[in-house]
Design a protein around this ligand. Sequence first.
Ligand SMILES: [Zn+2]
Length: 317
Amino acid sequence: MSSTNKKKKKSKEVDDETKGKLRALFVGEKKIINGFPFNINDYCYRDGKPVALLECKHRRRPNDGDIKCPAKSTLDLEGNIGDVKNSHNHRKNETLKEERAFHDDLKEASSASGEDLHKVFNAVRRRSDNIPPVAFGNKRSSMHRARSKVHPPYPKNLTDYANTLTEEKWKNYFKYKHGKLQTQKVGSGRDVSVMFYDPDFMEKLLENAEKGKLEFCFDATFNITPTRMKLRQFLTIMIYKGNHAIPFMYALMESKSTKAYQEILKQLCLLFPKIKELDPIFHLDFELASRNAILDIIPTATIQPCLFHFLQVRIVC
Ligand SMILES: [Zn+2]
């Protein structure tokens, strides 16, 4: 059906800066006029002053298309809301205030946490009173939008993830209380891994390391890998200092192949060439790929099978 609205000629266009100021004023309670929710529809000059033209958000959707509510108003640069023109063609939503508070809570909770959105929805619902029935499906997209403004997008795969990590706007995520993490993508094809480490912290851990006495331990788990990226494991390389095993470097890995381990070890030796010179000892589980990769990249390394993993294998058997 073609629109019958005639386009009115405007004497003067409202500039983008003024539009931005009006948009910034149209927040919170200003969006509710006499208990009805309004949107900005357009901008124009009224009596020589720029205003935002507001219209009621309500739409009736009979079979032949949307029917807009005819109620309209204005907002000026002083924040004044004009009289409402035309009557609403629908009833007032008596629970609008509660719905809006719930909506705002959902958006805030979505941006504050990285948890599954459905769980966030349920948690906010549990702590909110007098909430009218509303399904998660109706709120998912606005929750997702709120989160995407403050969180990096969910990556499709590890390469996508590595590219996102290099963007300047997410750099703050790498700071922690005592330093700053760096990331490095290594490998290609199906053997991509993303390494995480703090070179300054690693340097400290390698201080005073003696030849033949530098000991590392490989520990990998599948349990904490992100589910949507098809990853094989999260690897932690620990270093022994005194009687402690301290996390030295981490890697998310797409593959557990010898090649994937080789790329990680190559990068490690590139960062700290002295690791190779110190004939390190590696404590491993009984996986051949990691063992072969270590002996290939650091031929002078000593491999010691790990008693903990040996006992795990025996328990499983
Ligand atoms: Zn209306």
